[in-house]
Design a protein around this ligand. Structure first.
Ligand code: CAA
Length: 259
């Protein structure tokens, strides 16, 4: 499948998805959302895919937010629909069954910070800048920024960022638990590839169940403890569990099949 605003690189099952509108600092217009939706739909359940890296094209930005030039004509009804669509597509990323890592290589503002937060975790390159500047525009985050920012850094720090519209640099994002690593420019993608390749050596069903259960922690209607016991039981019936335990006892490398 071809995408208007995404570049796709498939490196032995590790997919790098690059949002590609560098002249607009990779701002998320409607077509970028359509492309992201189709892209994650296409790869979900594909056994050859080990994981997805999300990054931005060009030297300056990961993604500089929702496309402000598309805001003209928004009213209450259209605004709610725009927000709901963005939230749903970012949820699709969060619920992807393989690891999704954001490599933040510049500005991650507004919807860009929200896209990075929808990924399972984030690697910042040294020039990364994070922020939710929506109050400067007289609006609020619409793609779950008020929710996910609090999860990562806690209420006080999140509210300060949301209310002041200040940007934080990569080292501050690391201190605030928004990112897992800060690396020199150009080292983010190799690091993400290495992490995904490592996870790909583990049992695929155990990996996808773990992602689901950790996501469930944040759902008010999900009983995560019950979900974990139920999934644990289900996994005990898999061939991979038997293979993993046998390989440990026999002192050999496990050969997982995703069954
Ligand atoms: N939407 C549309 N176009 C954008 C954009 C955005 N979010 N961010 C940057 N651009 C465009 C600029 O208009 C400019 O285009 P032209 O050359 O055609 O004028 C081009 O990208 C380069 O940008 P700048 O000249 O502004 O670059 P800079 O280096 O001087 O500044 C910046 C960089 C600080 C990131 C600045 O571009 C900026 O503040 N951008 C807007 C960031 C923002 O407010 N994001 C939140 C959007 S609202 C949102 O995301 C809401 C939501 O959750 C739903």
């Amino acid at each position: 499948m071809n995408f208007e605003h995404l570049l796709i690189d498939n490196n032995d099952g590790i997919i790098t998805v690059t949002v590609n509108r560098p002249k607009a600092l990779n701002a998320l217009n409607r077509q970028v959302f359509t492309d992201l939706k189709n892209c994650f739909e296409q790869y979900k359940g594909d056994a050859s895919v080990k994981g997805i890296i999300v990054t931005g094209a060009g030297e300056k930005a990961f993604v500089a937010g929702a496309d402000i030039k598309e805001f003209d004509g928004l009213d209450a009804e259209k605004g709610q629909a725009l927000s709901k669509r963005g939230q749903d597509i970012f949820l699709q990323i969060e619920e992807f069954d393989k690891p999704v890592i954001a490599v933040v290589n510049g500005f991650a503002l507004g919807g860009g910070c929200e896209l990075a937060m929808a990924c399972h975790f984030r690697i910042a390159e040294e020039n990364a800048r994070f922020g939710q500047p929506e109050v400067n525009l007289g609006i609020i985050p619409g793609y779950a920024g008020t929710q996910r920012l609090v999860r990562y850094m806690g209420k006080g720090k999140a509210l300060e960022l949301l209310l002041t519209a200040d940007m934080i640099d990569a080292q501050t994002a690391l201190r605030y638990d928004l990112v897992n690593y800060v690396l020199p420019k150009g080292e983010g993608i190799p690091k993400a590839q290495k992490i995904i390749a490592k996870i790909a050596t583990k049992a695929p069903i155990a990996v996808s169940e773990t992602i689901k259960l950790v996501n469930d922690y944040y759902k008010s209607d999900a009983d995560g403890f019950a979900g974990e016991s139920e999934a644990f039981g289900r996994i005990c019936d898999t061939e991979d569990f038997k293979e993993g335990a046998a390989a440990f006892v026999e002192k050999r490398k496990a050969n997982f099949k995703g069954k």
